[in-house]
Design a protein around this ligand. Structure first.
Ligand SMILES: NC(=O)c1ccc[n+]([C@@H]2O[C@H](COP(=O)([O-])OP(=O)(O)OC[C@H]3O[C@@H](n4cnc5c(N)ncnc54)[C@H](O)[C@@H]3O)[C@@H](O)[C@H]2O)c1
Length: 361
């Protein structure tokens, strides 16, 4: 079975979708759509899509029975409408990250996936990193005990992407939704999607506003920090930057009552290298070095497979479509990133901690 794909938005990231579909195999791009006709034509010609299947309206494109799945590659403010329309038209959707620019948009998308029964996978490729997958298994096995504190960190010292990413009108927000969504999702996913209940945050744009390229035109944040409380009593500090006067805002980690883990290694910090962890290491085909071997120890792991995370996420999407099984990246889980982000912007505006609610789906 070849999965027939229609692509909405033929800008920068659509090329990565096309490349991954080709590398993974089992897909054929049969239609493309962009509001800028020349961009859609150019992509169609490059990808062998006939001109009769080039559209400037995704609603027209969705009338094609020959489309099984849709890649949504529009800027963030343009994710909701084509996604909901495609799901309602009976197509599965692979939508770029972040799920949406706003919480109401993300909620509408998850609801459309539920009512249509179709798959909605969000392109958070970092979650497919085998190191994160192993860290999740360590947590799922209960080897850290209850997690009472986590830090979720990402970003860079100087990487303002410019273009459509710096305007609320197109992107909705800045570094938090653009790159923060990766580490925020990965931390929530690893911890089993704890339910956020309160958020206190700041967002800033000081450095970009001193840069003549962005001064006065950029209306989104370059930096954000949040303190997120979960209903299980745990807390997560979230930090992200496009631009900051630091090389790094530190690693992402989780502290449990039994042990701690740095997600980026991963590295486990424990009072002993337990038999349960040894068993997990063996079953995953990894090797571990505990230093010191006895007593309070730091355990590093090696032997992770080399995985192209782009191909891994498209392979997962293909298998979900083929077997009609849920995607491993559940939209209800990704929705929590929008719940927290919504809280971040409201908290910054209010100058105080705010309550957040996970919408009923
Ligand atoms: N996964 C990644 O590594 C990664 C990297 C970059 C961007 N992204 C995400 O991909 C999305 C797009 O980013 P980009 O860099 O390709 O942006 P872009 O601005 O280069 O491309 C967006 C395209 O969508 C088109 N478009 C907008 N509204 C449309 C509509 N209603 N119908 C059809 N076409 C429409 C625009 O004309 C444009 O060609 C963003 O959500 C971004 O966060 C992901």
């Amino acid at each position: 079975m070849t999965i027939r794909v229609g692509i909405v938005g033929t800008g920068g990231i659509s090329r990565a979708h096309q490349r991954a579909y080709t590398q993974v195999g089992g897909f054929e791009i049969v239609a493309v759509c962009d509001i800028i006709k020349s961009k859609a034509n150019e992509a169609a010609d490059k990808w062998g899509v006939p001109r009769k299947h080039v559209f400037t309206s995704y609603n027209k494109m969705l009338e094609m029975d020959e489309i099984d799945t849709v890649s949504v590659c529009t800027y963030n403010q343009g994710h909701r409408r084509p996604t909901v329309a495609a799901l309602n038209a009976g197509k599965h959707v692979f939508c770029e990250k972040p799920m949406a620019a706003t919480l109401p948009d993300a909620t509408a998308m998850v609801r459309a996936a539920k009512t249509s029964g179709k798959i909605l996978q969000i392109g958070i490729h970092s979650t497919f990193n085998p190191r994160l997958q192993f860290a999740k298994k360590v947590i799922d096995e209960g080897l850290l005990g209850d997690i009472y504190y986590a830090e979720s960190t990402g970003g860079s010292r100087r990487r303002n992407p410019g273009r459509t990413f710096i305007y609320k009108k197109t992107a909705g927000a800045g570094a938090i939704v653009d790159v923060g969504v990766y580490n925020m999702h990965d931390s929530l996913y690893a911890m089993g999607y704890p339910k956020p209940v309160r958020v206190s945050a700041i967002t800033e744009d000081y450095i970009s506003q001193q840069d003549p390229q962005f001064k006065g035109i950029m209306d989104v944040e370059e930096f954000g920090v949040a303190w997120v409380r979960f209903d299980n009593g745990g807390v997560m500090v979230f930090k992200i930057s496009w631009v900051v006067h630091q090389d790094s805002l530190g690693p992402s980690f989780c502290l449990g009552k039994e042990a701690g883990i740095s997600l980026n290694g991963p590295v486990v910090y424990a009072d002993a290298y337990t038999n349960d962890l040894k068993k997990l290491v063996k079953s995953e085909g990894l090797t571990a070095e505990a230093n010191p071997p006895e007593g309070m120890t730091t355990i590093q792991f090696s032997g992770f497979p080399e995985v192209d995370v782009w191909q891994a996420q498209i392979t997962a999407f293909r298998e979900a479509v083929k077997t009609d099984a849920p995607s491993p990246i559940l939209p209800e889980g990704v929705l929590l990133t929008n719940v927290i982000m919504d809280g971040i912007f409201r908290s910054h505006a209010a100058g105080k901690e705010v309550t957040v609610n996970v919408p009923e789906i």
